[in-house]
Design a protein around this ligand. Structure first.
Ligand SMILES: [Zn+2]
Length: 243
């Protein structure tokens, strides 16, 4: 594990560290060093690797009561595969000079909260779905729709392969709609997966067939399918382990 000290972080900072603050005179630069040492972030909140974050910018402002200074430190993850930014928030009491960490926020949206069971059934779904969410949060509306469509296909096919491992090759070859029709699935999963597929196909077609439904409906349907798969498999697990 990489141990990060305030000194390391300051030394790690690029020459042109941006200090954006009229209040900065009120705080010694040592304060920033002290704070980073005291609360040093040694894990990237985006990629979760142990890192020595690169300090890019310090921003300070008063809180609403003018009794505290809120310090925001913008860091960059040094891993080239990640390189994401995150912000650490601290407050300093102007009377007592006591420091308190307020929190850490990554600028990149976090991966969707999806259960371990779904991860086990379809790691591909979790990955692609997270990417689609990211595309959507960046405003890439035309990209995220097909992304959700692809995520759904992996979810259903991986689930069918999970249920029928010996039929993997034929499941992979089939169209998604045929997979849903041809294999036995609990009715809730089958019915919702069908509708999710209808809407998902709309995302890749020139003309929409389901004009009164939108991306939110597609996401809701995918979430319902995820929910039913999760409930179905967890039910089986508990029935098996508690006879
Ligand atoms: Zn990172």
């Amino acid at each position: 594990m990489v141990v990060t000290t305030g000194h390391d972080i300051i030394n790690n900072a690029p020459e042109e560290l941006l200090v954006n603050s009229e209040l900065y005179d009120e705080l010694e630069f040592n304060d920033v060093e002290y704070i980073t040492k005291e609360y040093g972030q040694d894990k990237c909140p985006v990629c979760n690797f142990s890192i020595k974050p690169i300090l890019l910018m310090v921003n300070t402002r008063f809180d609403d009561s003018f009794s505290k200074v809120i310090i925001s430190l913008v860091y960059k993850c040094p891993r080239s595969e990640c390189s994401e930014l995150f912000v650490l928030y601290y407050e300093v009491d102007r009377e007592t000079y006591q420091h308190k960490k307020l929190g850490c926020a990554s600028i990149k949206p976090k991966h969707a909260m999806i259960s371990d069971k779904i991860q086990e059934i379809s790691g591909n779904f979790v990955l692609i779905y997270s990417e689609a969410i990211e595309a959507e949060s960046l405003g890439l509306k035309n990209i995220c729709g097909p992304g959700y469509r692809k995520a759904l296909e992996f979810l259903i096919k991986d689930y069918l392969i999970y249920l029928h491992p010996d039929e993997e090759a034929s499941i992979k070859r089939k169209f998604l709609g045929n997979c849903i029709n041809d294999y036995e699935l609990p009715p809730n999963i089958k019915e919702m997966a069908k509708r999710a597929t209808w809407l998902a196909n709309d995302e890749t077609h020139y003309e929409r067939k389901w004009g009164d439904k939108d991306l939110e409906d597609l996401k809701t349907l995918i979430n319902i399918v995820v929910y039913w798969i999760m409930m179905e498999e967890l039910t089986k697990e508990y029935q098996k382990s508690m006879k």
